[in-house]
Design a binder for this molecule. Structure first.
Ligand code: 5CA
Ligand code: ZN
Length: 368
């Protein structure tokens, strides 16, 4: 499994956490089923937004990245999001990335423009298969999400950058393509191909990455290897605040680290997110935390009972809910139902509270 990781120029917000929670549920379901999971996540530790923010703050881009990576990993650990098998940075992968760009160039699907290397969309087989978008929508999103449809000299406005030749004042690395740095999509293609090979099970991230990122990345892998990168794509709904997608560029953020500083318990944050299905976009509001806090209190009280109703059916219900496209709201409802009965009527099973607690902890990552 490959999940697109953060660009570390700002602390992890609830949108990021919600995306990595979805992958964490897949990881937990697979492990529960006895699979060995190889889960790779990149870190975009060199890219335009990171350089721009570092310049605005007057700090070195490497220091900014290290600092934000540390905060992100602490937040993820606090939320009991199991770490990937490997976190792979772009800076440590420059050779892998430039090698893949060379393979694409040698296949004839790329061309040079003033020292930069572009993928020619005309050579992308099945372009649009992942996003299902019309060309006009593609052009709009490409412009909004890091692309350069306006650049003159390209064969097609949708052609995308594989390798950016060195610019004065920008970091650059030596490569067979000359000194420069990678374009965005190729980092994920190269890292996934190296660590997982083509044909791995799940590739994904937030739904803001469907186009252009995953469409263009899939085209790169198909061009270089002749096969699909992943059998399935998983895209997580956007978390918003005040009617807009929560995003670093808009600045309308609720940070996981801030909530923790304010004393909100990590399992409460996790419960608030689990109340939303991973594919649905939703808005963070002030109502989230009181509901999650109350739920945590009731679960905790039930798990502390000396005896309760048999929890084996609860374990089965949580497994069944997660098997149904990671239906976490249904899983929470199953624990709520067991909790309500346990607190209202008690029970006779002395092992049940521990089994219920272990179910919440192991499958849902809610440790109470
Ligand atoms: N480094 C690239 C991916 S290679 C990137 O998109 N970084 S990011 O820091 O902007 O986002 C990290 C992850 O969080 C991505 O999977 C992205 O799709 C997801 N994400 C960003 N904002 C939100 C949001 N508001 N709601 C849900 N997921 C989000
Ligand atoms: Zn990515």
């Amino acid at each position: 499994m490959y999940a697109c990781g953060i660009t570390p120029y700002d602390a992890a917000h609830l949108g990021h956490a919600f995306t990595y929670l979805a992958f964490d549920l897949v990881n937990r379901v697979w492990r529960d089923a006895g699979h060995d999971v190889n889960y790779v996540q990149n870190t975009t530790d060199i890219d335009d937004p990171l350089l721009e923010r570092a310049e605005a703050l007057g700090v070195d881009w490497r220091d900014l990245a290290h600092r934000e990576i540390d905060v992100f990993r602490e937040d993820m650990a606090a939320l009991r999001i199991l770490p990937p098998t490997s976190y792979v940075g772009v800076v440590e992968s420059i050779d892998l990335i430039s090698d893949l760009a060379v393979r694409i160039r040698d296949s004839g699907a790329a061309y040079e423009l003033d020292g930069d290397l572009y993928f020619s969309v005309a050579d992308a087989e099945d372009f649009g298969r992942i996003s299902g978008l019309e060309r006009a929508q593609m052009l709009e999103l490409f412009g909004e999400r890091g692309g350069d449809p306006q650049r003159s000299g390209k064969k097609d406005p949708l052609d995308w950058l594989l390798w950016r030749a060195e610019r004065p004042g920008e970091p650059a690395w030596d490569s067979p393509l000359g000194r420069g740095r990678p374009g965005w999509h190729i980092e994920c293609s190269a890292i996934a191909l190296d660590r997982l090979g083509p044909g791995f099970d799940i590739n994904g991230g937030g739904s803001d990455l469907i186009f252009p990122h995953h469409e263009m990345g899939a085209a790169e892998t198909r061009c270089a290897t002749g096969s699909a990168n992943a059998h399935n794509h998983l895209h997580v709904g956007m978390v918003g605040l005040n009617g807009e997608k929560m995003s670093k560029s808009r600045g309308n953020l609720v940070f996981v680290s801030k909530l923790r500083e304010q004393g909100v318990e990590p399992p409460v944050i996790r419960l608030a997110m689990l109340a939303h299905h991973y594919r649905s976009p939703w808005e963070w509001t002030d109502a989230e935390l009181p509901v999650a806090t109350r739920r945590a209190e009731r679960w905790r009280a039930a798990f502390a009972l000396g005896q309760a109703p048999d929890a084996a059916p609860l374990l089965a219900a949580v497994r069944a809910a997660l098997a149904e496209d990671l239906d976490s709201p249904a899983a929470l409802a199953a624990v709520d139902a067991w909790t309500d009965t346990a607190l209202a009527e008690g029970g006779t099973d002395t092992g049940a509270p521990a089994l219920a607690r272990a179910t919440a902890d192991t499958l849902l990552g809610v440790a109470l």
